[in-house]
Design a protein around this ligand. Structure first.
Ligand SMILES: [Zn+2]
Length: 472
């Protein structure tokens, strides 16, 4: 009787919103069907073929309804502009503080974000390689941490994890002399609480296989769950196939290694970063002309030896794009069943017209190129890799699926029309809104409504991660 009554309630309730007649893709159950999705109080109340009453209905006939995208690798760091740009391509939750760089302490940042409001849900990693190293008084990326500094950083990391950080991130390429002891001390803290450790590995180019092996060794030695960050940026210069083989062998042997990768093989970073260390032209098999300025005096221009050196000296924080990748390796990485999607997008100083197209183009580009046009991925693959897998990895239990009890973070798009419009600076607008992303709901509230960005919508919530001692 109880169950029947509950059913009756379900069909008689007037919902806040019902998404009608869309093709629902649920990566948790692998269900794909045409149905209605009921939303009440920011949650999905159920999925049914029966008609339902609602304060608002969204007609999704002919469109895809899938979980809102969970980006496991963002640098939006609370910046409002980045938040809306990322929402415009279907992102509803971001994990910031990647590459050892980001807001700290995490508790303060997340609390502040809830006070000011934000369009997306945000979780944050404790950023080690830039932020904790700086706090510990380590003079430069070329200075090794002392034993005392390592102990101190491990303690800060532990406090931050206990205060709600969702993991601990490293950006080894940006702190190239990071010792094994420093890395292992950080990994042990994360492992103690079974937190994920996303790692921007030590180097790209010809060093990248060694860098992949180092991450695996860290997993083996400390038991930390590692996430190899933006793999196509690390190994997409001709090393992808070999690197994936190394990872696959390790995974078959039971190593806990996750991988995220994006839609672009050409990466952006500050011109002053350690990526351009001695001999970078050999490492990446490229010249000054392969570097495009994204911000600053030479924005939109390919660099020369003179302008490159000038930027590095006078404007080291300016963003540049390195056109050094092999495009086929984007798909090679993303089609592996264990590789999830990520953007590396958003930036604390992002503004219209500058930056890398990954912030506005990643997911529409994958949908257009790899799902619709090239048939490399199915829609179910897309939903899994863009939402369910990252949600599972980071323990976001109410995200990444379309079903009763899920947060009403939902993406509705038209596969026939979907298209990325973002391009590299100098070639077009890197922040151009994509076509075909019609509705993006965060906790049931539209941030994208009928293709339009709602600039005052701030339904996102900060995610304070639970932290418990991990025991086997
Ligand atoms: Zn990175």
């Amino acid at each position: 009787m109880g169950e029947k009554k509950e059913n009756l309630d379900f069909f008689q309730t007037t919902y806040d919103c019902v998404i009608e007649n869309g093709t629902v893709i649920d990566p948790k159950t692998e269900l794909r069907t045409i149905a209605n999705v009921a939303i009440l109080n920011g949650k999905i109340a159920g999925v049914t073929r029966a008609p339902l009453k609602a304060a608002r209905t969204i007609d999704a006939t002919g469109k895809i309804v899938c979980p809102g995208i969970v980006d496991p690798h963002s640098h939006a760091d609370g910046q409002l502009f980045s938040g809306y740009v990322m929402a415009s391509m279907g992102v509803t939750t971001i994990i910031v503080g990647s590459c050892g760089l980001g807001p700290y302490p995490v508790k303060e940042f997340l609390t502040g974000l809830d006070e000011t409001g934000y369009p997306l849900n945000t979780a944050a990693l404790t950023p080690q390689s830039w932020i904790l190293r700086e706090k510990a008084g380590i003079e430069s990326p070329y200075h090794q941490a002392t034993e005392k500094q390592i102990r101190q950083m491990a303690q800060w990391a532990e406090e931050d994890l206990l205060n709600g950080a969702i993991g601990l991130s490293l950006g080894l390429e940006y702190a190239p002399v990071t010792s094994w002891d420093e890395m292992a001390a950080m990994a042990k803290v994360a492992a103690k609480y079974d937190k994920v450790m996303p790692i921007h590995s030590r180097a790209g180019g010809w060093n990248s296989l060694e860098a992949t092996r180092e991450v695996i060794k860290l997993q083996e030695t400390t038991g930390v769950r590692v996430l190899i960050s933006h793999h196509v940026y690390q190994c997409g210069q001709g090393m992808m196939e070999e690197s994936l083989k190394i990872i696959e062998k390790a995974r078959r042997q039971g190593y806990e290694i996750a991988v995220d990768s994006g839609a672009y093989c050409d990466f952006a970073c500050p011109v002053g970063s350690e990526v351009f260390c001695e001999g970078w032209q050999d490492i990446y098999d490229c010249t000054y002309h392969d570097i495009l300025a994204g911000t600053g005096k030479y924005a939109g221009q390919r660099l020369t030896e003179e302008t490159f050196n000038e930027m590095r000296e006078q404007d080291p924080d300016a963003s540049v794009t390195a056109f050094v990748g092999k495009p086929y390796e984007v798909a090679l990485a993303l089609k592996q069943p264990y590789v999830m999607m990520s953007t590396d997008g958003g930036f604390p100083n992002l503004a219209p017209g500058i930056g890398h197209p990954q912030t506005a183009g990643t997911y529409p580009k994958i949908l257009k190129d790899l799902v619709r046009d090239q048939d490399v991925l199915t829609l179910m693959d897309f939903a899994k890799k863009s939402s369910w897998m990252p949600a599972q990895l980071f323990g976001l239990e109410t995200k990444g699926f379309i079903g009763e009890g899920a947060d009403a973070d939902i993406l509705i798009f038209d596969l026939k029309r979907v298209k990325d419009n973002a391009t590299f600076p100098g070639l077009g607008d890197p922040m151009a809104q994509p076509d075909g992303i019609d509705y993006v709901l965060v906790a049931g509230v539209p941030v994208i409504d009928g293709g339009e960005i709602k600039k005052d919508a701030k339904p996102g919530k900060s995610i304070f991660a639970k932290t418990e001692l991990w025991k086997i």
